[in-house]
Write a protein that binds this ligand. Structure first.
Ligand SMILES: Nc1ncnc2c1ncn2[C@@H]1O[C@H](COP(=O)(O)OP(=O)(O)OP(=O)(O)O)[C@@H](O)[C@H]1O
Length: 507
């Protein structure tokens, strides 16, 4: 039998939107099959149907040639289908083993069974090269290892078909490479894999075939080796995509932000920020490059007021804001697109229109003497939805939890840019976005710069940093290694600096 899983003519409707409209996806045994589609195209919905979390309104699912009804995830597990979600589902104060057996325990767990489970997990980890310690606590291990725990969870349940929803979005380049090897090991052992990703390079590196969907409809399935990345991008968004960021020479103005010897979290276990000094000027994009967790978060938190500055000072538009409350900073024109959109970007149970005013709810025209003005809120949200192409079933009254990850992100970016800030801090602004939206967001960042705003761009994507920034500051282990001109540097130099080698010229 050629196909392990067939999803034929699947339809799924949500209020106001057809998320899957007659989609067909056929997974061959032993292949890595990429599922590609723009934000909100319906990828997660389709995979949630295969995993039994949603029931299709129409269509047929066959597993090993037999028509099946997958009424819930337990049924999916029994059929040998496992899924790693975009946001992991692990209990942070449990060990790896406890997490893996959770829900699959034969009966109440005894110590002996737990140690047997740990042994089995260790064997599986060795067999597939996963390098996971069964006794470690989730809260103490890296994101990459947490993901491998999720993979182990599927293997422990003897899954043959593995679904990974945007597995590389949270990984470092090294971890992405490791994941590629792990997937190849899994295939060699007879598994079949569906991987959702927006990254065309990764599809090229990892996948055998790719099914493209757009606005809930299947566009086609292609052999990856025979299809260029630009062809796949075009299939996905329905037009040619420009991967190069077009921008003129920066017209740099006066200094907006100065950090003088700023130190944050010096004595904590995690890396903080160590004596960092830098400037961001009007009309420029300063990129911050570094391996994840080397002080970027603390840098941003010190400017936005989310972390306490232990020593040093932060000057914004000539004023010392080192100890100013967060709200005051927002009022002065500091906007922040945060790294974690669920934790710091949105209140997920609020609607779009409510989320769009969380920073300005007490200001005219959104409220007057403590009473909200709903029509002004609606108008504001509709404006952002239009300008930033935020797609959801019910527009301004969609609860943000129900929106696709990429559309949540576009809403946040819209909210921050529409505030017309003087300093825009964008942290990983295009994480989880499709190539069409990335192109659009990059244009908007450059537009802010050209309007004379100061832009601070923090990103783990080196391509993004090199393409979008005018100057690049590199951090390593909480230290500023150096600042270089984007035009005069390349991946190699930045890479070395990220490893702590100072080749760049300090300003
Ligand atoms: N539970 C739900 N209730 C209402 N609408 C939903 C629900 N789940 C998804 N949708 C809508 O269905 C559409 C498809 O969403 P889905 O999450 O499948 O997209 P996606 O292709 O995975 O997008 P992304 O790349 O941004 O993650 C979106 O418009 C979304 O708002």
């Amino acid at each position: 039998m050629e196909y392990v899983v067939e999803m034929l003519n699947i339809r799924k409707e949500f209020p106001g939107i057809v998320a899957n409209d007659n989609i067909t996806l056929q997974l061959k045994k032993g292949e890595i099959h990429a599922l590609l589609g723009e934000n909100g195209a319906g990828k997660s919905t389709l995979m949630s149907i295969l995993f039994g979390m949603y029931q299709p309104d129409r269509g047929v699912i066959k597993v090993n040639g037999i028509e099946t009804k997958i009424s819930n995830p337990n049924v999916a597990n029994k059929l040998g289908i496992g899924m790693v979600h975009q946001h992991f589902k692990l209990v942070s104060n449990f060990t790896v083993t406890e997490n893996i057996v959770l829900g699959a325990e034969p009966h109440q767990l005894y110590k002996l069974e737990l140690s047997e489970a740990s042994k089995k997990i260790q064997e599986l980890s060795n067999q597939y090269g996963l390098n996971v310690d069964p006794y470690a606590k989730i809260e103490n291990i890296s994101v990459g290892m947490q993901q491998r725990v999720e993979i182990l969870k599927m293997l422990y349940r003897a899954a043959d078909v593995l679904i990974l929803d945007e597995p590389t979005a949270v990984l470092t380049p090294q971890e992405i490479e490791d994941l590629g090897k792990i997937l190849k090991n899994l295939i060699a052992e007879g598994k079949s894999i569906i991987i959702i990703t927006h990254k065309l390079k990764e599809i090229k590196a990892m996948a055998d075939r790719c099914t493209v969907i757009r606005r809930g409809k299947t566009i086609g399935t292609v052999n990856v080796a025979e299809t260029s990345t630009s062809k796949m991008a075009e299939m996905m968004v329905g037009r040619e995509v420009n991967f190069q960021v077009e921008k003129e020479e920066a017209k740099v103005g006066e200094v907006v932000l100065t950090l003088n010897n700023v130190t944050v979290n010096k004595d904590k276990d995690v890396i903080g920020l160590n004596n960092v000094s830098l400037e961001v000027k009007r009309g420029e994009i300063l990129g911050i490059a570094g391996v994840d967790g080397n002080g970027q978060s603390e840098l941003v938190q010190s400017i936005t007021g989310l972390a306490k500055v232990e020593s040093g000072s932060i000057i914004y538009e000539g004023e010392d804001i080192t100890n100013l409350p967060v709200k005051k900073r927002i009022e002065k024109g500091i906007a922040h697109i945060p790294e974690d959109r669920h934790k710091h970007g949105l209140i997920l149970d609020y609607t779009v229109e409510e989320n769009m005013i969380v920073e300005v709810y007490d200001k005219a025209p959104y409220s007057k003497r403590g009473i909200l003005n709903f029509s002004a809120m609606r108008k504001h949200a509709e404006n952002i939805i239009k300008n930033f192409d935020v797609r959801s079933g019910q527009g301004p009254i969609s609860v943000t939890r129900s929106m696709s990850g990429g559309n949540q992100q576009k809403a946040i970016i819209g909210r921050e840019i529409e505030m017309d800030p003087t300093l825009l801090i964008a942290v990983q602004p295009t994480r989880g976005l499709d190539v069409g939206s990335i192109e659009y967001i990059h244009k908007r960042l450059v537009e802010q710069r050209d309007k004379g705003k100061a832009v601070l761009l923090v990103s783990l994507e080196l391509d993004e940093i090199l393409n979008v920034s005018d100057r690049i500051a590199v951090v390593n282990n909480g230290n500023l290694i150096g600042i270089v001109n984007a035009k005069e540097t390349d991946e190699n130099e930045i890479g070395l600096m990220m490893a702590g080698v100072n080749k760049g010229e300090d300003e």
